[in-house]
Design a protein around this ligand. Structure first.
Ligand code: PLP
Length: 337
């Protein structure tokens, strides 16, 4: 369905706009998609970008002045770090998911005009989920706004796939969401910001990657739009993702493996040794299972792993076969007794 929607959009609306949005790069489908994104996240408005990297590059500079402060988790995605580098606000980096440290930094940041806490909703390297309830409580206490990057959550976390804020029951407390159309929402490309209307209006006037980069090609818009329709029609996909994730994580742990993170379909199988991760991933591929070994410098030294990503198209049999293969390969290479 997603591919068909892309082909239809390509035929009806052309290959591309040869323009940025505000000159002659806006078609009805771009506006419809923005409306659909806002509706999906239950926010007032949304703005499209060529990527979420661009959305992250544009937002901090447009929103924050030298009188403001931004408080960022130390393990935030590179694009958040780069976006923050581009703004002139006072910068605080708090320890990964450490609420005591965030509180101390928020206290220090009281002297600034406005405070923005910025975090990945879900962190892709470890498959861990930001403690958004606690973050939102602290934000309320210290009068801060909350920004989350939902690239690793939109479309599959939470009972209806709305993301980390839905999973943790804080959809009305998170102010701004940036996310991608290039992962669960069709997987082609594109990104967006969704949040309060005045913020989106401001971004349309001031956000440099929005103002100075071509608008999304119609086929890409078609893919994302259909993916959102499917998710809004029924929560079956989101629910099946949660069940499959749980099946894989619990069976792997019962087999004796350590899986980092919690409740996330990114399941890092922790192995420690870089060579072990590489040879095991190769052996998994020989058994027809495509998983990738990660080691230093992508992850810290001594924390090599194989990252498994559960997908909505995996069947229960696929997942069981994967666990069996891991068990065989783990025994062969000494990762399991
Ligand atoms: N933010 C996070 C957390 C990501 O994982 C990624 C992509 O990997 C991005 C932003 C960038 O998204 P895009 O590929 O749409 O530029």
């Amino acid at each position: 369905e997603v591919i068909r929607a892309a082909v239809e959009a390509l035929e009806k609306f052309g290959a591309g706009l040869s323009s940025v949005r505000f000159i002659c790069g806006t078609q009805s489908i771009h506006k419809d998609l923005e409306e659909k994104i806002a509706c999906f996240h239950q926010r007032e408005d949304a703005i499209l970008y060529a990527s979420c990297f661009d959305a992250n590059a544009g937002i901090f500079e447009a929103l924050l002045t030298p009188e403001d402060a931004v408080l960022s988790d130390e393990l935030n995605h590179a694009s958040i770090i780069d976006g923050i580098r581009l703004c002139k606000a006072n910068k605080y980096r708090y320890k990964h998911m450490d609420m005591q440290d965030l509180e101390a930094k928020l206290q220090d940041a009281q002297k600034h005009r406005l405070r923005l806490v910025a975090t990945d909703g879900a962190f892709s390297m470890d498959g861990d989920i930001a403690p958004l309830r606690e973050i939102c409580q602290l934000a309320q206490k210290y009068d801060a706004l909350v920004f989350i990057d939902e690239c690793h959550a939109t479309g599959f976390l939470g009972p209806n796939g709305r993301g980390t804020d839905e999973l943790l029951g804080v959809m009305d407390k998170v102010t701004i969401i940036n996310s991608t159309l290039g992962k669960a929402l069709g997987g082609a490309a594109g990104g967006y910001t969704t949040g309060p209307k005045p913020l989106i209006d401001l971004l349309r006037q001031r956000s440099r990657p929005y103002l100075f980069s071509n608008s999304l090609p119609p086929a890409v818009v078609g893919c994302a739009s259909k993916a959102l329709d499917l998710l809004m029609d029924s929560n079956a996909i989101a629910q099946s993702m949660a069940a499959k994730t749980q099946r894989f994580r619990s069976k792997m742990m019962a087999a004796g493996f350590t899986i980092s993170g919690k409740d996330h379909p990114i399941c890092p199988v922790m192995l420690g040794d870089a060579r072990l991760a590489a040879v095991m991933a190769e052996d998994m591929l020989n058994r027809g299972i495509y998983v990738i070994g990660f080691s230093y410098p992508v992850v810290p030294k001594g924390k090599a792993r194989i990252r498994v990503q559960i997908s909505a198209v995996h069947s229960d049999e696929d997942i069981d076969r994967c666990v069996e293969a891991f068990t065989e390969v783990g025994r062969k290479h000494g990762a399991l007794p």
